[in-house]
Design a protein around this ligand. Structure first.
Ligand code: B12
Ligand code: SF4
Length: 575
């Protein structure tokens, strides 16, 4: 290995098997923000986009001959791929130091023990990554004395036979930048991050018959232009029990920097629509106001990737609509207050309904985004969600109507994940946890097959919930607008199916759907087994009795700290 003073680093993204690829802003920032005095030579290998085989990755790494291989893993779903690749690269490049960063590093304890990764960088890459590189370079990449890394905060590595966490690093504050396209274009095709409006994500989010109505909301001319993604903030004021973040608190980006980035992109790339990314768009109305005023003048259209319902009112919606806003995503999650409390969403059903209603009323697209199957979910909470959402069906049939429903999928570092361990749905041992995260590869949260059952029903009995909510909300739509009126305006098959479905009385269609979906998803034999279990083995109510935040509940159920995680157990709590 080359131990000369100039560090050479190969950075790879780790595929998660999910259908949509990761927008690699994390990698751009890792490279961009590295301490320039290191004079490091960095190369990014876009494994995911180019679909590289292990041998192709090996050839690329051979050509670079790095002392450090950096893995960027945003989703935990990528764990099994990471493990295989890490083991393979260790056998091919035994002396190269492996470093992992990204959200997956919350599993630092597991990764350090079960893969060949030498260091996990926890949270923001800076200042830990630069400090680590400098220390490795000075030690000639010799890992035999782990104590020499103990003062670099933000690392997990093996020390004394168990993983050691050096504690959270304070963010260097540099890490609030945007994607550096000029930098990234040296390594990969960046043009794909500027799809044409009609080829972009909206065509997947809105059904083909209604997406035209959506395009109609754009300023004339923008429909022929391209989309760009821009971050406007980092962090969130919420602490939902299913959500993980390393970043503490909420920081809106400086409006002048966001504006100059948008301006530059718009000029260079013929942009017509800006997707504003980040966990929470507006908690600082003043800063957001400056960005909105600019967007209004620019005649760009724009969308908001994430917004809390308790932070928006009719004035905002009107102002934003006038300024070109065409879409806002709210994670409303549920319209049962009990479930919102279990999630510690800190919102009310009324706030959910109001936010959705305002968007529909003023012609801004918003999909109804639901998370079902959290502990405490019952047939009653599902029905309550439907009853409430039926109150806010759009009056105007030209408003696209979309409903997206996912099952709860515990993410490490969240109260939801810890609760799953507490009740034994995720193994409490290292092996048990690994088995769970390995199984996440490519698993879409809308797939019932992988749902860990947090209800008192048989899992198979909950398979129809997603379809039931969906169909009942369409039935509600038909009832509001009349069958003929609906079928005239809404051409997607869902309206035709719902028209047939609603011929049966409410209780009967629910029954038929439940057993129909069960048989279709799991087979007839399983369905019969489920029915037998229901008759002969009654479950005692447990999950259905839940009413409080999982975070509070966990305090009364905490498991003893395993001996291998003496130093790392704090990662379980997130930040
Ligand atoms: C924007 C976003 C989206 C967008 C875009 C996603 C994308 N893939 O680009 C959309 C809305 C499409 C989306 C979809 C999904 N998302 Co999302 N998303 C986010 C969000 C809000 C920001 C991610 C981001 O780009 N941040 C900006 C970058 C710059 O910040 P960063 O990741 O912190 O990067 C720093 C460090 O990680 C570190 N680092 C990163 N790599 C490396 C490498 C090295 C070597 C080093 C040293 C350091 C390092 O340094 C970076 C710079 O400081 C996060 C929440 C969050 N807090 O991260 C969730 C999040 C990543 N998403 C999550 C999930 C679950 C999903 C979905 C699976 C949801 C679903 N059920 O469909 C899909 C998957 C889509 C996909 N294929 O990626 C989870 C992941 C949890 C987990 N542990 O797996 C998160 C954490 C939110 C949560 N619920 O907890 N998402
Ligand atoms: S789910 Fe959304 S609102 Fe809740 S903490 Fe995460 S980013 Fe914030």
């Amino acid at each position: 290995m080359d131990t000369s003073s100039r560090p050479k680093i190969a950075i790879l993204n780790i595929p998660s098997g999910m259908p949509s690829e990761t927008f690699p802003i994390a990698i751009s920032r890792v490279i961009d923000e590295l301490d320039p005095s290191l004079d490091a030579e960095i190369e990014y290998i876009d494994v995911e986009y180019y679909g590289l085989s292990f041998d192709e990755i090996k050839a690329r790494i051979q050509a670079i001959s790095p002392q450090i291989i950096g893995f960027s893993a945003i989703l935990t779903h990528a764990y099994s791929y990471l493990k295989e690749l890490s083991l393979f690269l260790r056998s091919e490049f035994p002396d190269t130091v492996q470093v992992l960063g990204g959200q997956m590093s919350v599993l630092g304890n597991l990764i350090i023990q079960r893969t060949e990764v030498d260091f996990c960088v926890i949270g923001e890459s800076e200042p830990a990554f630069s400090a680590l590189i400098a220390r490795l370079r000075d030690a000639k990449y010799d890992l035999s004395a782990p104590g020499r890394f103990s003062d670099i905060r933000g690392l997990v590595y093996m020390s004394g036979g168990i993983p050691y966490f050096t504690g959270y690093a304070e963010s260097a504050g540099k890490g609030l930048g945007q994607m550096n396209y000029d930098l990234m274009s040296k390594f990969t095709n960046v043009e794909r991050f500027f799809p044409h409006v009609t080829e972009g994500p909206f065509k997947n989010w809105i059904n083909k018959y209604e997406v035209g109505d959506f395009y109609g909301w754009l300023f004339p001319g923008n429909i022929h232009k391209r989309i760009a993604s821009v971050f406007a903030s980092k962090g969130c004021v919420g602490r939902c029990t299913f959500c993980h973040r390393f970043f503490r608190g909420y920081v809106p980006f400086a409006p002048d920097l966001v504006i100059s980035h948008i301006n530059e992109l718009a000029k260079k790339r013929d942009i017509g629509l800006i997707q504003l990314l980040g966990e929470l768009f507006s908690s600082d109305k003043k800063k957001v106001g400056i960005i909105v005023d600019y967007l209004k003048l620019s005649r760009l259209n724009w969308s908001i990737a994430a917004m809390r319902v308790d932070m928006i009112d009719e004035m905002d919606i009107l102002k934003w609509k006038e300024a070109g806003c065409v879409m806002i995503s709210f994670g409303i999650e549920s319209c049962s207050q009990k479930m919102l409390d279990v999630m510690e969403k800190r919102t009310t059903v009324e706030e959910n309904l109001k936010a959705i209603d305002l968007c529909f009323k003023h012609g801004i697209f918003t999909a109804i985004l639901l998370l079902i199957g959290m502990p405490g979910e019952t047939e009653e909470t599902v029905s309550e969600t439907i009853r409430n959402l039926i109150k806010v069906i759009p009056d105007d049939m030209a408003v696209p109507y979309e409903i997206v429903i996912n099952y709860f999928q515990p993410v490490p570092g969240t109260p939801g994940y810890e609760y799953a361990r507490n009740v034994g749905l995720i193994g409490q041992s290292l092996e048990g946890e690994e088995q769970y995260v390995k199984g996440l590869y490519g698993v879409n949260a809308n797939d019932i097959k992988h749902y860990l059952n947090f209800t008192d029903y048989e899992k198979e009995e909950t398979a129809y919930w997603k379809h039931y909510i969906f169909l009942e909300l369409i039935v509600g739509y038909i009832k509001k607008h009349g069958l003929l009126g609906t079928l005239k305006h809404k051409k997607a098959n869902r309206y035709k199916y719902a028209a047939v479905y609603m011929l049966a009385p409410a209780r009967i269609r629910r029954f038929l759907l439940k057993y129909g979906i069960m048989a279709a998803s799991f087979g007839l034999t399983t369905m019969i087994n489920v029915i037998c279990r229901k008759i002969f083995k009654k479950k005692k109510p447990f999950f259905s009795l839940l009413r409080e935040s999982l975070r509070e509940l966990n305090k009364r159920m905490e498991l003893p700290i395993r001996s291998d995680e003496m130093h790392t157990h704090v990662l379980r709590k997130g930040r």
